[in-house]
Design a protein around this ligand. Structure first.
Ligand code: TMP
Length: 237
């Protein structure tokens, strides 16, 4: 499978067309941004970690009954995926208070919830990805009621699978962001990535952050955190 024209360049990935109209190739960059692109930097080796980790997790999720866009890993940074139309929603699941939840509601980070929460943002960089509820999503026609129900079902299932998976590696899955896409035949599948860019991972023993918060918050040790979480995921292979 070969790349043809570049279709899109995002903050962390490029997407290329291929000779097959139903397949694309994604290429993961080391570029890192935060705060809707206001903060920019490079995390050396991030593209490799995010590509390989996403692919391993998507294959695990497929086995557990969650359809994904994953087709085939080509090399360290590039993967063949199904061509989808991305649903303009960022779907966030939280198991423990952190980040914008702690800020919005004025609570400390680290409160364990009795049940996971779900929230949606409207995927629109110009507007700063504003929060929205299901009725807003319907009003904006970003998804149908049936699609939203499917997305919610998959998102909670993904949480159950990944929470257990990471705990076995000594990592707490605090929260994460998912994106879904629609295939040519109208099926909803998990798309985008699942990586330290899009999840909060805390070491189960020490509480150390093993994710992009180290970059967002200028904590240092960013590359080492990506290496550490990747080492654990590949050890669990
Ligand atoms: P938040 O607490 O800042 O809302 O982030 C919740 C989760 O979503 C966290 O794991 C990081 C992830 N996330 C993204 O993947 N992309 C984003 O643009 C933002 C703001 C958060």
């Amino acid at each position: 499978m070969e790349k043809t024209v570049q279709l899109y360049e995002g903050k962390a990935k490029k997407v290329y067309a291929t000779s097959d109209e139903n397949l694309c190739i994604v290429s993961y960059k080391d570029d890192a941004t935060a705060f809707n692109g206001l903060k920019k930097g490079t995390i050396v080796g991030k593209g490799v970690v995010n590509n390989r980790m996403t692919n391993m997790l998507m294959q695990l999720l497929e086995k557990k009954g969650v359809p994904t866009h994953f087709v085939e890993e080509l090399n360290d940074r590039e993967t063949v995926v199904k061509k989808v139309k991305i649903v303009a929603l960022e779907v966030i699941i939280r198991n423990v208070s952190a980040g914008s939840f702690a800020k919005h509601y004025g609570v400390e980070e680290g409160i364990v919830f009795d049940e996971p929460t779900i929230e949606f943002s409207y995927k629109n960089d110009d507007l700063g990805d504003p929060l929205l509820n299901e009725y807003h999503a319907l009003a904006l026609k970003v998804a149908t009621r049936e699609e939203i129900d499917t997305i919610k079902k998959y998102a909670f299932k993904i949480n159950e699978v990944l929470k257990d998976y990471f705990l076995a590696l000594g990592v707490r899955l605090i929260d994460f962001k998912l994106e879904f896409g629609k295939t040519a035949d109208g099926k909803i599948v998990l798309a985008d990535e699942i990586s330290p860019d899009t999840c909060r991972f805390w070491d189960a023993k020490t509480g150390e952050k093993l994710d992009k918060d180290r970059f967002r918050r200028d904590m240092g040790g960013v590359e080492d955190a990506y290496k550490e979480i990747f080492k654990r995921v590949t050890q669990g292979e």
